[in-house]
Design a protein around this ligand. Structure first.
Ligand code: HEC
Length: 242
């Protein structure tokens, strides 16, 4: 039973097991080919399911179809019902569908929606929607990366956080509205996104606790790592490259 002997000693019996499995599979194939009755053996059912375009003849779900966690485990909207549902495949996208997808916010603030959010409100938004993956205070991380707790500008060896790394507050807004919560993107209101961005920036010491973020104030935020990012495409970067 030592771990050293285990794999070698098992080789023989594993071979026998594979041979038996191979035999079973051949037997099952023969059953399908002869259109014989399924004798209830799981191998035959599985082979039949892969070999025929419809899983079973009577239309029932084949046994063993993974049920997955129940719908209550996710906050994700059902297909076709989410705020950014693209409608049916093959149907032209409506103006509404396009508008719901056309949500980019760029440095300078173009694309920021109406609405606003405070740091205090953002604390609740964070606790409800983000803490389970990014940690109770955002410094821990978990399923998602840590979000706060490192000073910028970023340099090698420092953790990447919103304060240390992100060059623009506008794209923090864009990213969170577009992609977070990871399991329910698009589920936050514009105000909730303003609020949680405000809370994150306040946690990083970038804005005061009483600042309210909106389409006017958010572009005024100067991020600590701003200067580490620069636009130089195409000529200015590499004058040596023709
Ligand atoms: C179900 C887990 C989950 C939840 C809930 C969640 N996130 Fe995330 N988050 C992730 C994961 C995973 C990543 C990394 C995604 C990647 O790298 O593509 C991430 C990345 C991020 C990033 C980018 C970090 C960086 O610097 O690269 C930000 C910002 C962020 N999340 C904010 C939020 C906010 C705000 C909320 C709540 C509104 C939230 N997340 C909710 C899992 C989650």
């Amino acid at each position: 039973m030592t771990s050293r002997r285990g794999p070698l000693a098992d080789t023989g019996s594993q071979l026998v097991r594979w041979l038996m499995l191979g035999g079973l599979a051949l037997f099952a194939l023969a059953l399908v080919a002869c259109d014989g009755d399924d004798d209830g053996d799981g191998t035959a059912t599985a082979t039949q399911a892969t070999a025929s375009p419809t899983p079973t003849e009577d239309g029932e779900d084949p046994e063993g179809t993974p049920a997955g966690p129940g719908p209550e485990a996710f906050t994700t909207p059902a297909p076709g019902e989410g705020p950014r549902s693209g409608g049916e495949i093959g149907e032209p996208a409506s103006e509404d569908v396009i508008a719901a997808l056309d949500i980019d916010v760029v440095p300078g603030g173009a694309g920021l929606p109406d609405g606003s959010g405070t740091v205090a409100a953002g604390s609740d938004v964070y606790a409800t929607n983000c803490a389970r993956c990014h940690g109770a205070t955002g410094t821990e991380g978990g399923i998602g990366p840590r979000l706060v707790g490192e000073e910028g500008p970023w340099e090698p060896g420092k953790a990447i956080t919103i304060g240390s790394y992100w060059p623009y507050a506008e794209t923090v807004y864009d990213y969170i509205r577009r992609a977070m919560p990871f399991d329910a993107p698009g589920s936050l209101s514009d105000d909730e996104v303003y609020a949680v961005v405000a809370w994150l920036l306040a946690e990083e010491g970038i804005i005061e606790d009483d600042v309210e973020l909106n389409a006017e104030t958010l572009p005024q935020v100067r991020m600590p790592n701003r200067e580490s990012f620069f636009a130089c495409w195409p000529e200015e970067c590499r004058p040596d490259v023709p």
